[in-house]
Write a protein that binds this ligand. Structure first.
Ligand SMILES: [Zn+2]
Length: 259
């Protein structure tokens, strides 16, 4: 059977039998796959690090009747700084669970891959949890083509200013004064929302190259915290409700488990 190489990020892993570990990996080339690392309990095993959740590497696999077998690997990024921060781990865990639930096995998604990688790089730095969670949720909505319409009325299609008269979860975005309805968000909330949306869009489009670039992006996202805290929370909550309604059942529940 054939051998092949993939670039991927380990999302989760479980013991399989007494000595082996089976990992769920988000790969650039093949989407979500499972791989087995044999004999990882042995002290001298070089494969132990490869199946740690949130390890990014180049994985050399051998096809097998069951899950494919990991034969060798090279680390790309182990995200050690991220793993020291409980809030970053929680946010990364949320993103991992989302990918496992929402991305069908074996279907590549380069945009979602770049986004995931960029978010992990940002989570090496300290960013307020609610802010990075808002950016992550918006990114996932954009990546899946379900981001709410915020510049035109979701009901009649006319342009809306300052986020419209209200935000209707059911209609799928902002609504104008004529159509009415929706939940009114305070102006600061829309300002925070606009900044979070811009940040998320950037993370989907360009891969962050260096640590310096990641630091600059993290700093830019932290600036979103300067908006009125209550307003930011309001947008974040409204977005959470939108996600629950449109994206996946139980985004909030997945998030609760992350805390
Ligand atoms: Zn309208």
């Amino acid at each position: 059977m054939a051998n092949y190489t993939v670039t991927g990020i380990v999302l989760d892993s479980d013991l399989k039998g007494e000595r082996d570990v089976e990992a769920e990996v988000f790969t650039l080339e093949r989407g979500r796959i499972r791989m087995t690392a044999r004999g990882t309990k042995k002290l001298e095993s070089t494969l132990r690090g490869a199946v740690e959740p949130l390890t990014e590497g180049l994985f050399f696999l051998a096809e097998s009747r069951g899950t494919d077998i990991l034969t060798e690997w090279e680390a790309i990024n182990c995200y050690f700084e991220l793993k020291k921060k409980p809030e970053s781990l929680a946010a990364a865990g949320f993103l991992s669970r989302y990918v496992i639930k929402a991305l069908p096995a074996g279907s590549p998604d380069a945009t979602l891959y770049i986004f995931t990688k960029n978010v992990l790089k940002l989570l090496q730095f300290s960013i307020r949890h609610d802010i990075i969670m808002t950016v992550i949720k918006w990114g996932l909505l954009l990546a899946s083509g379900q981001a709410p319409e915020m510049d035109v009325c979701a009901e009649c299609g006319s342009g809306v200013e300052n986020g419209g008269e209200g935000w209707s979860v059911e209609a799928g975005g902002a609504v104008c004064g004529v159509c009415g309805g929706g939940r009114k968000l305070r102006p600061g909330a829309m300002g925070f929302g606009r900044s979070a949306r811009t940040a998320a869009k950037g993370l989907l489009e360009i891969e962050i190259d260096s640590r310096e670039e990641a630091a600059a992006n993290a700093a830019a996202i932290s600036v979103l915290a300067n908006d009125d805290r209550k307003a930011a929370e309001e947008f974040s909550t409204a977005l959470g409700q939108f996600c629950d309604y449109h994206l996946l059942d139980g985004i909030s529940k997945m998030e609760m488990r992350a805390r």
